[in-house]
Design a protein around this ligand. Structure first.
Ligand SMILES: [Zn+2]
Length: 441
């Protein structure tokens, strides 16, 4: 780095100390570049992805509190890292604040599984992410800012649809898994993405160099370390994470002794939260939860995997543009044009990359799902590629499909999604399944 520019220095041995605590620290004198690895005894701890113990694997350090300790590309908290940067810029958060992890440990055990020490089994999350406060106690005490990338807690949840099902007698309260008032008792886990770049490249069947270059260039050069720091193999991408909702026994989920029901659900805010009727997302989620409760009540477990992959990971703006293009189609919003309209706007039908989805099952040690609440072949094939057995696929009952969503449902069936072979249109023709037009709201 040239000395002509007094505001930028490399993070070599002569780099200035980090900014001092307090709001004024939001304006450090120098920008500390991380483009060259530091050498010597004060170097950041190494990560050996797939090593059999946490100590041998090494901690993931994405904190900026002490840049010399960092051993990954990117920062913690996924997309929320940007808000943290805003808070520091606004002087509301000290850049050197370190979390107090007292009493934050999980209330249930997710113990190490053989898959944790196979670098091919888990490439998109840190399997030790919920255990760092215990596994790296001494390192944290000695001053390393090691943060959990997984948090596990307990909750009760309630869906009005499930209360209605209870009143109809389709599900019954038991006072433990499902309460009289319709509350369901769950264990929930939040998981932040931690990408092992060589493993991600292997899953996608591209070279690591290609992967790094594309991530660098097509995020507007957001992370230059992707191309300059090939010694750093782990990336904390600025994307949404995963939430697990576990019904019934967590031990059974891990041991697989009794039955397991599961739905892998990709976020659809419009339907999941607001009940928009253009798709089957929320009804499918409710159906999945119902099956999870039933499995748990039979002595097994239920698992909802909720992935923040809005609009097939294309985002909500693209999704709403596609809705309009579908609704303004001269032939009407037909099942025949469903996928085509997405491709017209986005250039691709789907970027969820289900190849990464099985990681969470490998983390839990799951080898078999008895009831798989999904009709997606992409999800089914991804599980098969990891040798995870799916015993029975359970499609959504027809009476749970909203009227406008028959377009999506029939298009998916025609595209080869798992089905019982029926379509909504009386004629059986795809062109005859139509949703309402933009004037029909
Ligand atoms: Zn949806």
């Amino acid at each position: 780095m040239s000395d002509d520019n007094p505001t930028v220095k490399s993070a070599g041995p002569t780099a200035p100390a980090g900014p001092k605590d307090g709001a004024k620290a939001a304006e450090p004198r120098h920008i500390v570049l991380s483009s060259h690895p530091r050498k010597g005894p004060r170097a950041a701890p190494e990560i050996h992805w797939g090593a059999p113990t946490a100590k041998e694997r090494g901690p993931v350090i994405g904190s900026q509190a002490n840049p010399q300790q960092r051993n990954v590309i990117g920062v913690h908290s996924g997309a929320y890292g940007v808000y943290r940067a805003l808070a520091i810029a606004a002087g509301k958060l000290s850049p050197v604040h370190r979390p107090d992890l007292t009493d934050t440990h999980p209330p249930v055990d997710i113990p190490p599984q053989p898959q944790w020490s196979n670098p091919d089994s888990i490439v998109s999350m840190d399997p030790w992410g919920h255990l760092v406060a215990a596994e790296f106690r001494e390192e944290i005490k000695s001053g390393l800012d090691i943060r959990p990338t997984i948090a596990i807690t307990r909750a009760r949840i309630q869906f009005p649809e499930l209360v209605a099902e209870m009143h109809k007698g389709r599900i019954k309260p038991d006072g433990k898994i499902l309460m009289e008032n319709g509350d369901a008792s769950v264990v929930k886990a939040a998981i932040e993405p931690v990408w092992y770049l060589p493993g991600i490249a292997k899953r996608l069947n591209v070279s690591e160099t290609q992967l790094r270059r594309s991530l660098y260039e097509h995020t507007g050069s957001m992370f230059s370390d992707l191309v300059t720091r090939t010694d750093r193999k782990e990336f904390l991408p600025p994307i949404g994470g995963i939430t697990l909702y576990i019904f019934g026994s967590v031990e059974n989920l891990v041991s697989g002794q009794n039955e397991i029901a599961c739905r892998v659900h990709d976020e659809c805010n419009g339907s999941d939260v607001f009940g928009s009727d253009i798709c089957t997302c929320r009804p499918y989620l409710v159906h999945g939860i119902e099956e999870c409760i039933l499995s748990a009540q039979r002595g097994g477990s239920g698992l909802i995997v909720y992935n923040r992959k809005e609009g097939r990971a294309l985002g909500e703006v693209v999704k709403f543009l596609v809705y309009n293009a579908r609704k303004r189609n001269p032939a009407g919003d037909t099942a025949a044009a469903y996928f085509e309209k997405t491709e017209c706007v986005a250039g691709v039908q789907d970027v969820r990359f289900q190849d990464l989805m099985p990681d969470v099952f490998n983390w839990l040690g799951i080898r078999r799902i008895d009831r798989w609440i999904s009709m997606s072949n992409m999800k089914f094939d991804a599980m098969a590629a990891h040798g995870i057995e799916i015993v029975k696929r359970v499609p959504i009952p027809d009476d749970m499909i909203p009227k406008d969503a028959s377009v999506e449902m029939d298009a998916k069936k025609a595209a080869g999604y798992y089905t019982d072979g029926t379509t909504s249109a009386a004629s059986g023709k795809l062109e005859d399944t139509k949703g309402r037009s933009l004037d029909g709201y």
